[in-house]
Design a protein around this ligand. Structure first.
Ligand code: ZN
Ligand code: ZN
Length: 283
């Protein structure tokens, strides 16, 4: 199993030399096992991933898992080139009891006039829409996926993904601390080989010592993220959903501070690949 980060920024994309080291695209993460591909969220990072899939000639079946439907997690979808190719099959999975219908509506609405000139119906790929629920693990090729609910305005889904005896947890957009860590979330994280977690704010920003108080906005501090990772006994931690106002130095400094609480913490960087195990066993 291999994970690659295509978009690591939160809220809105950022550009310029000051963010070039970490990357400015919004949420999109690829999980690959042999020819099988899982895509987590469709922020602006999914555009370049789509181009790479076309260059590589496939695979023809792609599964997209959405954490939730806030703008920064869906806005890249109209620019995802494989969705326009009739040889592709997209299995789209969204959060919540009505995840299938809601997901289809949200993706269609953002492509309606006056927001966008090309409608969802112009996409030629075959698409199916499904709901993800915390009670129902999903089988996707060699992956077993365990959805779990996390605290965030309008709700959000985390995903624990297991394959080849390894585990990766994708938990973006969550306002969490040791105080609010529930048994359900704790067991979803427990012992993961790698955890990706929302770490958008510094404690000073969160408490409103710099600018507005961000309590209740749905995001965690890098210190709470590190404490949660330590408590859950994960092996590696990737700080994610970087604030668009934070330049490379700021993100690196936040990771350095987080390492005082969990030493295997690092910022998720656009383009970075994470290998699980010496070599993949997936065919
Ligand atoms: Zn977000
Ligand atoms: Zn959100």
């Amino acid at each position: 199993m291999e994970v690659r980060f295509w978009g690591v920024r939160g809220s809105v994309a950022a550009s310029g030399a000051q963010v070039a080291g970490i990357g400015g695209n919004t949420s999109c993460v690829e999980v690959r096992c042999g020819d099988h591909l899982l895509i987590l969220d469709a922020g602006t990072g999914i555009r370049a991933l789509g181009d790479e899939i076309l260059r590589g000639g496939g695979p023809g079946t792609l599964t997209l898992l959405f954490s939730h439907l806030h703008w920064d997690h869906v806005q890249g979808f109209p620019f995802f080139a494989p969705a326009y190719g009739h040889s592709f099959f997209l299995r789209l999975i969204g959060p919540g009891a009505e995840g299938d219908r809601t997901l289809r509506d949200v993706l269609a609405r953002q492509m309606e006039p006056p927001n966008f000139p090309v409608p969802l119906s112009a996409m030629r790929a075959r698409m199916t829409f499904e709901a993800a629920s915390p009670d129902t693990p999903l089988e996707v090729g060699p992956f077993r996926v365990y959805p779990f609910a996390v605290p965030h305005p309008q709700g959000c889904m985390g995903y624990r993904i297991e394959s080849e005896g390894k585990s990766f947890v994708y938990m973006t957009d969550v306002e969490l601390s040791l105080r609010t860590l529930t048994g359900e979330i704790g067991s979803a994280l427990a012992g993961a080989d790698a955890l990706l977690i929302d770490a958008q704010y510094t404690p000073e920003e969160y408490e409103g010592e710099k600018g507005p108080c961000r309590r209740g906005w749905g995001h965690s501090t890098m210190i709470d993220a590190a404490r949660v990772a330590f408590a859950a006994g994960v092996r590696r931690l990737f700080l994610f959903h970087h604030d668009p106002a934070h330049n490379d130095d700021m993100v690196e400094n936040m990771a350095e501070e987080a390492r005082a609480y969990f030493n295997a913490a690092e910022p998720a960087r656009e383009g970075k690949r994470v290998l699980f195990g010496e070599r993949s066993l997936c065919a």
